[in-house]
Design a binder for this molecule. Sequence first.
Ligand SMILES: *Cc1c(COP(=O)(O)O)cnc(C)c1O
Length: 422
Amino acid sequence: MNYFNYHNDQLLAEDVPLSDLAACYGTPLYVYSARTLRRHFRVLSEAFAGTDSLICFAMKALSNLSILKLFSDLGAGFDIVSSGELMRCLKAGADPGKIVFSGVGKTDEELEAALMARILMINVESRPELHRVSAVAQRLKVQAPVSLRVNPDLDPGTHPHISTGHRDSKFGIPLSQVHEYYAEARTLKNLDLAGLSTHIGSQITETAPFAEAGVKVAKIVQELRATGVALKYLDLGGGLGIPYQEQPPSPVQYAAAILGPLRDIGLKIILEPGRVLVGNAGVFLTKVLYVKETDVKRFVVIDGAMNDLIRPVLYEAYHEIVPVVPRVSGERVTADVVGPVCESGDFFARERDLPALQAGDLLAVMSAGAYGFVMASNYNSRLRPAEILVNGAEVHVIRDRDTFEDVVRNEHIVTLKGGADA
Ligand SMILES: *Cc1c(COP(=O)(O)O)cnc(C)c1O
């Protein structure tokens, strides 16, 4: 469900024609719908109503300051994975008491920043990290609220690059060692054993893996309680999929699956949804540059590229691609949709059934809100796109398009001694 709909033969973002945005701000362009973002947050919150819970938006999915502020104003917390993300949250006005810090490789400086900011908790992913948090907390003379991230060893049935809950993955600590870890953590100074965390993967489209993870962590929580470790938080991560093409469970079905095994657990439930909150709330707007025909194929060459949206090549991801102003003819063709970057991985769709297109036509790549702009780069010295937030009929530029000056900002031209002696 989102607020990108056709009206009078034009695709709109809420009340604003996407063709107006292209005319005003150029392409390629990311366009987000505030109403969709708010709706997704509300629907997920309602699914967990009646449960002591906190939704921490996994901001790596979409970290623009205005988006963070929108969620913060709705009462969301944040799941961060770097001190850069911490700074973004704080700049956007987030409550540090609602921030959890995940990730396998936190540096001393990052741990220090998180402790100084007094965040809710640090999700620890290894024994050396546990010791490091303790050492940093001692140096700062603070108590560090920590949660151990367990790897429940299950297969969430998603793409291998976004599957994190299998025992081969770098994430979390093995289930079999959880008890030793907590026993060891109790002997370390300045640690407050606040919680237990897990996150099994992303774009998960069935409820069973969530339920399975729930059963496994519930068992550990009970066992820990029996040994005198009284936790406050159970962090179940994110991972709920969205309908790129597949049909994921609804937030209500997801909540039922996740909460089923945890009814009487007595801990505050923390969730770290990323994609499900923002994925369908954004589109990537791009223009057709050329339609190129070879003996064997037709290519639609667009002005957007893999540096703007890398999901198709990185995850073999499917994104629906639709015309902003559909042609009346109704003629269809099969084509590859590709960008200008010098890589064969620079594609948006392959052998896709599309309406017949011409140079100048605008296309919307749907469901581009999550892991879209945040993964954009300046590869090929391309300028990263602007980001627009639409709210009803209001249009806000929430990030300007890069300029050439931005692209070379941190570079220095040096003159080398010695000349052309090669
Ligand atoms: C990426 C990530 C999330 C968010 O995953 P989604 O699939 O976008 O919901 C949540 N928690 C952790 C620890 C993550 O790494």
